[in-house]
Design a binder for this molecule. Sequence first.
Ligand code: TRP
Length: 335
Amino acid sequence: MAKERILTGITTTGTPHLGNYVGAIRPSVVASKHKEVESFYFLADYHALIKCQDPAEIHRSTLEIAASWMALGLDTDNAIFYRQSDIPEIPELTWLLNCITAKGLMNRSHAYKAAVQENESANEDSDFGITMGLFSYPVLMAADILMFNAGKIPVGRDQIQHVEMARDIAQRFNHHYGEHFVLPEAVIDDNVPLLQGLDGRKMSKSYGNTIPLFLSEKQLKKSINKIKTNLLEPGEPKDPDSSTVFQVWQAFASGEQTAEMRREFASGIAWGEAKKRLFELINKELAPARQHYEELLAAPQEIESVLLTGAARARQISQPFINKLRRAVGINALA
Ligand code: TRP
């Protein structure tokens, strides 16, 4: 039997932060080493254009994200690691899928509905600022997934609906043109923490509350010191479960270290001391990769060559498959 295929993408906007690390990068790096599955990790740079029209930012973010994954040990010999825009079959498939996707399905997309809602609350025209890219984002994502017939799609909760839409689109295509696509399923890992940011809300670039993944030791210390705490003095017992410092600790610590920190909170550890230990814990995990990251940024040709090798491997699958799909819809040579 063919190996199971796992695929996930990361949109190339912004600088990777600790939330991306514990939520997506760290588990993907582990999974990339599994030999019993075939895994695909890619930089979703076409998706990035939907959210960001600053060319320098897109370019820089693509570099930083690729360097982060590689520095942290993504197994690019085993897993296929590529850039979406290096696979021309993806936009081609996007069009084939566009032509069988119901507009009504796209109308139900959470991301699109949220944008409309925001316009309505601001008394704007409901289409204000909404591009076709945003509207049909789930079709591009469906093409990413269906191009490689991936069955398992590890994503965050906010992406479940998109994977379900990819499944709907695949079903519709199969129904009309024959069984070409595996029906994908979202995989949500409940053990992966959703990290809180400096202000206690979910760590997210859009809230401006992130701790970037690769900072110098000095900057990392400074950033951790900005995590919001209450005014309890040293010696006063503190509640771990409402504390961002503790929540971030837990995402990096062993079970034993977490139990130990819980006791420290009960016996009134000073915030300064808790943050100092948090810095040491995070720094210990990231320091070895930090140097590799800096080296990769300084010599991006190594990253470029890994991505091109990944794209060549991916295209060994996508090229014959798109030809088969073209024939299926009636686009092929006349003689
Ligand atoms: N839309 C995803 C996100 O913003 C990224 C992504 C693009 C993706 N294509 C994908 C994830 C295909 C999984 C599969 O997080």
